[in-house]
Ligand binder design. Structure first.
Ligand code: TXA
Ligand code: MG
Length: 348
């Protein structure tokens, strides 16, 4: 199949162009589009055949449910049975934005979307392009990240094309995404809401509204089954094996430099995923990718997937990654780095 490309302005997208993209979605096709987090691969979320196309194009396991994206908060009522008070408080505060709520689903939501669960994940994105496109379809749009299953989520149209060109009907190019990691997922069907995936809305922000938040224990342990089925897969993985160093800032930097030196001496081609501060101290012969400044988790989140993808073009034997503090967006960054490393973690 030949993939069509549409270019639009991120703040003032051309309505004619988005209408063409919306028509493709309404007629059952697949369209990748930018959101404020990462690019999504959209399909008509009420049409099982269209949804099945997403799983085919991505090579995604069918037990991994999808998020339904809506254009207005009121549209959630069509999809879920009840909205508990704490879910309503989160919607009022953080929608539109990078927050996905898991709620009890209504029968209108196809099993293909929920992977057979009795809950559904819903999100109101903040991106003008995403909301306008969804609004023009008049439908809830099912949209996972627009990558091949297991690869890093795309934050540019080029990264979408590298994975999905020829496999989907169209790509809407609206430039790079703002946040760079996926939305936060919170399950609001439990008495105390449970964080299933850290993301663009931080744990501190959730606590500020809710007072208390459970954290799915599987987020920090490799041996438990996560409540968000997709979190069990080794995602975001670069092609080379990666080791993540965690601990105090200065110890991490020192240990990383030592590890890199050793590996170079062993004749390995070495890659490093590091802060600007640590990069300045590395031997010059290694392939390093800088994710930003150590204390600026927002900047790091924004660059993270591109940094991981950069090793596709520069093959190495091993990658060492520098861990950061888990405060703010750091929690989402560290969650993605741990998964990218396949939980090969060195505490220093
Ligand atoms: O930022 C985002 O959320 C992006 C953009 C495109 O909106 N989308 C995204 O979708 O990251 P995806 O499919 O890559 O990740 C969705 C996650 C998966 O881990 C899935 O298992 C989980 O959401 N999920 C979906 N429905 C669920 C449900 N009913 N209960 C628990 N987890 C659910
Ligand atoms: Mg994904």
């Amino acid at each position: 199949m030949e993939t069509q490309y549409f270019q639009v302005d991120r703040h003032k997208p051309d309505k004619e162009i988005l209408t063409q993209a919306a028509r493709i979605l309404v007629s059952g096709g697949l369209v990748a589009f930018p959101t404020e987090t990462v690019y999504g691969l959209g399909a008509n979320g009420l049409e099982p055949q269209a949804v099945a196309g997403i799983f085919r194009a991505k090579g995604r396991p069918s037990d991994n449910p999808l998020i339904l994206h809506i254009a207005e908060a009121s549209e959630v009522l069509q999809l879920v049975r009840t909205i508990p008070a704490n879910a309503r408080a989160l919607m009022e505060r953080y929608w539109p934005g990078p927050l996905t709520l898991v709620l009890e689903r209504k029968p209108i939501v196809p099993d293909q979307v929920t992977g057979g669960l009795d809950t559904v994940a819903v999100r109101l994105p903040d991106s003008v392009i995403a909301r306008e496109l969804i609004r023009l379809t008049g439908l809830p749009i099912a949209a996972p990240s627009a990558n091949l299953s297991g690869r890093p989520s795309p934050t540019t149209a080029e990264a979408v094309a590298a994975d999905l060109s020829g496999r989907i009907e169209a790509i809407v190019d609206g430039g790079p995404c703002d946040v760079g990691v996926e939305s936060t997922i919170i399950d609001c069907t439990t008495p105390v809401p449970t964080l299933l995936r850290p993301g663009g809305i931080t744990l501190e922000m959730l606590m500020d509204t809710l007072g208390e938040v459970e954290i799915d224990p599987a987020l920090s342990r490799d041996d438990l089954i996560p409540k968000a089925p997709g979190m069990k897969y080794r995602h975001y993985a670069p092609s080379a094996p990666m080791v993540l160093l965690e601990g105090e800032e200065v110890n991490v930097a020192a240990a990383l430099i030592e590890k890199v030196r050793q590996a170079v001496l062993e004749g390995k081609r070495v890659g490093a995923v590091v802060s600007a501060e640590t990069a300045a101290l590395l031997p010059t012969e290694i392939q390093f990718a800088v994710y930003g400044h150590r204390r600026n988790a927002g900047e790091i989140a924004n660059h993270l997937y591109n940094v991981l993808l950069s090793f596709d073009h520069n093959p190495v034997d091993v990658i060492y990654a520098e861990g950061i503090s888990e405060s703010g967006l750091g929690l989402a960054v560290m969650n993605r780095l741990r998964k990218a490393a396949g939980y090969k973690i060195l505490q220093v």
